[in-house]
Design a binder for this molecule. Structure first.
Ligand SMILES: [Zn+2]
Length: 306
């Protein structure tokens, strides 16, 4: 049976079937998709909400009344797409397409009670696909529920957002996550996301390596001879499974507010530099030098210079 953590308020609301078009927003990994699946299970459970896990419908692995639509990562020629996208043929019928579109899938009645389609990364809907979906949201069949999943309401086409009821999903609390693990390092890395916690628990050695590197980097702010070498090392580690900069940022919470916010500003500068295609090496060097300056000012008790 589906294991699900937290989001009690959202689940209570969903059990009352508030709308046929729903928009789940929140950071990746907090469980938006898992709650959407729980909703679909509950709609079709013979005993209603919460899904019992034992009836005929609940016991099905691949449920015929559930459909997940995700952005295509490859082009028709089989090459990696420049930008993943949900294409028109995934939503509406199109000549020459082998796959059954969402609209076609919704034309037949459910095997149980309700058909539920989940559109993951709905902010990656192409324009034509978005328009086709809009028509569906305006007049869905009585048995159909459509759940859009996106990082934020603003990320979505406004016409789609305005026709859907929005539910916000925030990070889970430490108390909720600690039912899965008591590993402090993994809990720290999770940032309130079950998905991130599971990833952290899948490779304890790798996680500890990233954490140790981050700690070493932070202590190099006090004696900066090695700082640039360590910066290169963190950049290299960040290419792997775990991003050590997450631990660096978590380490800043112990800093007094004034210096901490200057340090976060240095990280935002880094994001700006990287999205402006400044060479990554240069962008990270700039971060390291700014952090060193802020740290020195904190040690000396002098105000932060801008
Ligand atoms: Zn059931």
């Amino acid at each position: 049976m589906l294991e699900l953590l937290g989001h009690e308020r959202q689940r209570k609301l969903l059990a009352a079937r508030p709308a046929q078009s729903l928009l789940f927003v929140g950071p990746q990994g907090v469980g938006r998709k898992a709650v959407a699946e729980w909703f679909a299970r509950g709609l079709n459970c013979q005993r209603g909400f919460p899904p019992c896990g034992e009836c005929e419908s609940c016991r099905l692995q691949d449920h015929p009344d559930f459909r997940l639509i995700e952005p295509m990562r490859f082009t028709k020629a089989g090459q990696l797409a420049r930008r993943p996208q949900i294409r028109l043929e995934q939503i509406a019928p199109r000549a020459g397409s082998a796959e059954m579109s969402l609209i076609e899938w919704l034309q037949t009645s459910p095997r149980y009670r309700a058909k539920v389609a989940v559109i993951d990364s709905a902010h990656l809907l192409g324009e034509q696909a978005g328009n086709a979906l809009l028509k569906l949201l305006e007049e869905p069949p009585s048995y159909a529920y459509i759940v859009l999943i996106a990082p934020s309401r603003e990320a979505l086409l406004p016409t789609l957002a305005s026709r859907s009821m929005t539910l916000n999903f925030g990070p889970l609390s430490r108390r909720e996550l600690s039912t899965l693990s008591n590993d402090e390092v993994a809990l720290g890395y999770s940032e309130g996301a079950v998905g991130r916690l599971r990833l952290a628990l899948s490779d304890p050695a790798g996680l500890r390596e990233a954490e140790a590197a981050a700690r070493e980097w932070l202590s190099a702010l006090a004696s900066p001879a090695q700082l640039l070498r360590l910066t290169a090392r963190l950049r290299q580690l960040a290419q792997g499974k775990f991003d050590p900069w997450t631990f660096v940022q978590a380490g800043l919470t112990a800093w007094p507010a004034e210096y901490r916010s200057a340090a976060y500003a240095a990280f935002m500068q880094l994001q700006d530099d990287l999205s402006a295609y400044v060479s990554p090496e240069l962008a990270y060097t700039r971060l390291a030098l700014a952090m060193r300056r802020i740290y020195a000012e904190m040690r000396a008790g002098s105000p932060v210079s801008r």
